[in-house]
Write a protein that binds this ligand. Structure first.
Ligand SMILES: [Zn+2]
Length: 518
């Protein structure tokens, strides 16, 4: 029998214990910066005061008594970047020791990054990069070869966006033993006995709740290093069991590692997430969407992790849209061409005639092809468009029509859509929006570029509309203290250097999410 004393008081929840143990947060004052506030007047100020996770003063001279003072030495500061549509939850659930390298621009530098990672990887376990990497980012315009990856003393598996699956000799031996077909040069074909089988095996054998939590933390920390402080995740294709699809996950459990980090108060950035649904239009029962709308809550959570609406697919055709509107939820679908944009606008108009959408902030993302007439019709029913999604595209006039859409006045925001089919780095995306060139340097979107200030505005203040939060995305008194101190001046560096920009100090809610030796 246990004495009452052993049972009482009940153990405090982990969060309460941490809060009790943490000393009151010290005020932080940043001085001597070029702080681009992205407020309504686009004010640039030298100082901010951060208190209790929010900006308490912004201006030429802020109170600094008892504060920790950080001298920015003239560096450029921007509000924390908001990516209003990416697939960070997929990236946080990758199998193996997942390496992100969107800030690496040569094959030897990529190999060096894998070698550095290998030092902390147990023997027999895989180093992976699955999704956000592309041959086009490298000066060599190709992925590392088997021979180059053999300089890494762990099995390596690369599954690059826009094609290219690679392994090294250690990885080849492991995969072949399990029946995967690997070419002599380490290439793996994108088919059932190649890449699909390989990714399924890696997921089956290396994913654990702990590995997912580690990958989720490292992914969000990595992108904090590129200045992203808020992600709006747009889901995955649902697979109940480990799948071989790069864009597949169990959409009912994939948020768990992020929830676990939130419970530990260790989320390095804010996560917002939409629920992706794909019910067939022919099935009026809406087998997954109907229970979602009945049993889940939109915009539920806290400042660190919070649900959103339905997207980036709504499913169920017009029936699905009607159900979402009736529930009062936000909805988002993507479009890849003009025909689908037209059909998305028309189906929304049909629903709007029955249930007004005007205040629901429905979104259409990617929008490579649009017409002013269709954009105006979508604007008239309260819609907004997300753009970005471009650095790996090839061809000419590939869109989106950044200039035309920006000047139209429809709510317009920035998204990368990265994580499975493209990259997440805002700087790779900004480069394309500003220059009209893809990462190879080819002009793909002539005459439809934005200025640097316009581009940054889309990824910060303009995205308040898309995440439906007014207290981040700009450096203003009362807002969450989310900011990035850049390693070089985004506004004046040569265009080709935009891709190289990093954050030397990223602050999220007054907490340091990333810091480099400056
Ligand atoms: Zn997407």
């Amino acid at each position: 029998m246990v004495g009452a004393g052993a049972l009482w008081p009940p153990p405090a929840p982990a969060q309460a214990r941490q809060a009790a143990a943490a000393p009151a947060a010290q005020d932080i004052v940043l001085v001597n910066g070029r702080i681009h506030t992205m407020d309504r007047t686009r004010r640039v100020v030298p100082q901010v005061l951060i208190r209790n996770g929010r900006f308490a003063a912004v201006g030429d001279r802020v109170p600094r008594r008892d504060a920790r003072v950080i001298d920015l030495k003239g560096r450029t500061v921007i509000p924390g970047i908001v990516d209003a549509h990416d697939h960070i939850v997929l990236v946080g659930n990758r199998p193996g020791w997942h390496v992100l390298a969107e800030d690496v621009f040569t094959v030897p530098d990529a190999v060096a990054r894998y070698q550095a990672k290998a030092a902390s990887v147990p023997a027999g376990e895989f180093i992976t990069t699955i999704g956000p990497m592309a041959a086009m980012q490298f000066r060599e315009q190709r992925l590392p070869t088997l021979a180059e990856l053999d300089a890494v003393n762990r099995p390596v598996y690369i599954n690059a966006a826009q094609g290219g699956v690679r392994t090294n000799s250690l990885g080849k031996a492991w995969l072949e033993k399990q029946g995967v077909t690997v070419a002599a040069d380490g290439a793996i074909a994108p088919n059932a006995t190649g890449a699909t089988a390989a990714l399924k095996l890696l997921r089956e054998q290396f994913l654990t709740p702990e590995s997912r939590k580690r990958s989720a933390f490292e992914a969000m920390t990595y992108y904090a290093g590129l200045g992203i402080t808020t992600h709006l995740d747009n889901g995955a294709f649902h697979s109940e069991l480990p799948s071989g699809g790069v864009a597949n996950e169990n959409t009912y459990t994939m948020h768990q590692p992020f929830l676990a980090l939130a419970a530990d108060q260790r989320l390095p950035a804010r996560l917002r997430f939409n629920y992706l649904h794909q019910d067939p239009p022919a099935d009026p029962s809406l087998p997954t969407l109907a229970p979602r709308l009945r049993n889940s809550l939109p915009f539920f959570g806290n400042d660190w992790i919070r649900s959103g609406g339905i997207g980036e697919f709504t499913g169920g055709g017009v029936n699905g849209l009607r159900a979402i509107a009736a529930a009062g939820w936000r909805a988002e679908d993507h479009t890849l061409n003009l025909a689908s944009f037209q059909s998305l606008v028309e189906s929304r108009e049909k629903v709007h005639a029955e249930i007004p959408l005007t205040t629901l902030r429905w979104v259409i993302s990617h929008v490579p092809q649009t017409t002013p007439e269709l954009v105006n019709r979508f604007k008239a029913i309260g819609g907004g468009l997300l753009v970005g999604w471009g650095p790996l595209r090839t061809g000419s006039g590939v869109g989106p029509a950044y200039r035309t859409l920006f000047d139209n006045g429809i709510p317009l925001g920035y998204h990368s859509d990265g994580g499975d089919i493209t990259v997440i780095s805002p700087w790779l995306n900004f480069y394309t929006m500003i220059t009209g060139k893809n990462l190879k340097g080819d002009v793909v979107n002539a005459g439809q570029t934005l200025t640097r200030a316009e581009t940054l505005w889309l990824a910060t203040a303009a995205n308040k509309w898309f995440i439906e939060e007014d207290d981040l995305g700009s450096i203003e008194v009362g807002n969450h203290a989310d900011l990035a101190v850049l390693d070089r001046d985004y506004f004046t560096v040569p265009e080709d250097e935009i891709t190289r920009i990093r954050s030397v100090l990223t602050v999220v809610g007054g907490r340091v999410a990333h810091m480099e030796d400056a």
